[in-house]
Design a protein around this ligand. Structure first.
Ligand SMILES: Nc1ncnc2c1ncn2[C@@H]1O[C@H](COP(=O)(O)OP(=O)(O)OP(=O)(O)O)[C@@H](O)[C@H]1O
Ligand SMILES: [Mg+2]
Length: 238
């Protein structure tokens, strides 16, 4: 088991935003955390990545307890946050070299180039980030998150704001990372279609509670995901 979440509770100012969540993620899963705006997706990812503390519950990632061993967790994970700050005046390659330096992972320049190639930015590696589209920025953010060769990659709405081609590129990239590197992926999204295209397992969250969880087939088998999905999916077919 790669991730185990038990009885996790998070409150903001006495208001419960994650209400006793239980779920597991297996190694190699493409796990979708699906829910509408305000459901608690970003909060969950921030807790899993040891940015934020839960109020109670147990959280284990690859044998590390997230609350007592956050540094161990940070070594083996990485994340693409909801909004990434970019240094507009840097080139894509400078940006990755800067972050590789922060990780004390001063690999040869070749490693940075390989990452840029993996995310399809090799042609643009010497261009300023200022000139990048949103889709290119997301792919650069994913390259940055690969620097420490994480076992688990968390992505908070990675396709948000992308056009159909940009979305397809990001989903294909994630599929490739899973298939070729065996990376476990945990992504949040409000798009049912993303989950159907990419994920093998899913937890559906609404108002801080998991309303359904399991393999995509199982969740679909009970009723269709559309029936289960208690909120608008109008933009799901982008
Ligand atoms: N720092 C905070 N202080 C107080 N309340 C917060 C804070 N951050 C989030 N919340 C509340 O917690 C709930 C869950 O927010 P969260 O950002 O996790 O949802 P989300 O599923 O990521 O939503 P979205 O799809 O809009 O990104 C919301 O009701 C939100 O208002
Ligand atoms: Mg969010």
């Amino acid at each position: 088991m790669m991730i185990s979440v038990e009885n996790l509770v998070k409150r903001y100012d006495g208001h419960t935003v994650l209400d006793c969540l239980n779920f597991t993620v297996e190694e190699g899963d493409l796990f979708g955390f699906l829910g509408p705006n305000g459901a608690g997706k970003t909060t969950m990812i921030r807790i899993l990545t040891a940015v934020l503390r839960a109020d109670s519950g147990n959280l284990i990632i690859d044998g590390y307890d997230v609350s007592s061993e956050p540094l161990g967790v940070r070594r083996i994970i990485n994340a693409l946050p909801e909004s990434n700050g970019y240094y507009e005046w840097m080139t894509a390659r400078e940006y990755l070299e800067f972050f590789a330096g922060l990780y004390e992972h001063k690999g040869p320049r070749q490693e940075t180039d390989e990452l840029l190639e993996a995310v399809g930015l090799q042609e643009r590696k010497n261009n300023l980030i200022r000139t990048f589209s949103r889709g290119m920025r997301q792919r650069l953010g994913i390259a940055r998150a690969l620097i420490n060769k994480p076992k688990v990659l968390f992505l908070d709405e990675p396709t948000n704001g992308l056009d159909p081609a940009g979305r397809r590129d990001v989903l294909e990239l994630l599929m490739t990372l899973n298939r070729e590197r065996g990376m476990t992926l945990f992504l949040s999204t409000h798009l049912l279609d993303d989950v159907e295209r990419l994920c093998n397992r899913v937890a559906i969250i609404n108002y801080g509670k998991i309303v359904r969880e399991g393999s995509l087939d199982k969740v679909k088998g009970k009723r269709t995901l559309e029936d289960t999905f208690l909120f608008s999916t109008k933009d799901g077919g982008q």
